[in-house]
Write a protein that binds this ligand. Structure first.
Ligand code: NI
Length: 172
């Protein structure tokens, strides 16, 4: 993808405020009308911009603005996790052999111990031996991480991964 020029920003210009009222009241406008949109300019090395455009093109983004919004949200969510105390959402996936008694017991005990942290879990029998357990947790980041680590390091977990996401409460 060829790196094109970034549109020239107008400092302090409020895009939402410049849209005619009849369009704002029309169907389909509700979502964007809820928040204020501000345009700003970004100075970037052309090589870096080319790399960025190439990356977001491969990912399927229609424009730079949406890609930048997602990058910012990603960093904000990472910050929530770094704080440890912020309420977050974590999704832990574990693949294991159900014939391993120790793991089944650990899973069961931890889910009872942290019943207030674990908001949902799903067990899928992948085949005659292998199981997939998906555990969804909501609460302090540090507690989610600790609970996940206890499960991930349990003997005979074949593979596992914690997806660290957000409650969405502090994201626009
Ligand atoms: Ni199973």
């Amino acid at each position: 993808m060829k790196a094109g020029p970034i549109s020239i920003p107008q400092p302090g210009k409020n895009m939402a405020a410049s849209v005619p009222i009849d369009i704002i009241q029309g169907l389909g406008y509700c979502e964007s009308a809820m928040s204020e949109i501000t345009r700003f300019g970004v100075s970037l090395d052309s090589g870096l911009l080319h790399q960025f455009d190439s990356l977001i093109g491969k990912l399927g983004y229609a424009n730079r603005s949406e890609a930048i919004r997602d990058l910012i949200r990603d960093r904000l969510v990472a910050k929530e996790w770094e704080s440890g105390s912020a309420d977050t959402v974590g999704v832990l996936a574990l693949v294991y052999n159900h014939e391993t008694r120790e793991l089944t017991e650990t899973l069961n005990a931890l889910q009872h111990k942290h019943f207030d942290l674990i908001i949902a879990s799903t067990h899928i029998h992948l085949d005659a031996h292998n199981c997939l357990e998906v555990i969804i947790m909501k609460g302090p980041a540090a507690l989610i991480k600790k609970t996940s680590d206890c499960l991930l390091i349990t003997k005979n977990v074949k593979h596992g991964r914690l997806i660290t996401t957000s409650t969405g409460e502090h994201l626009d």
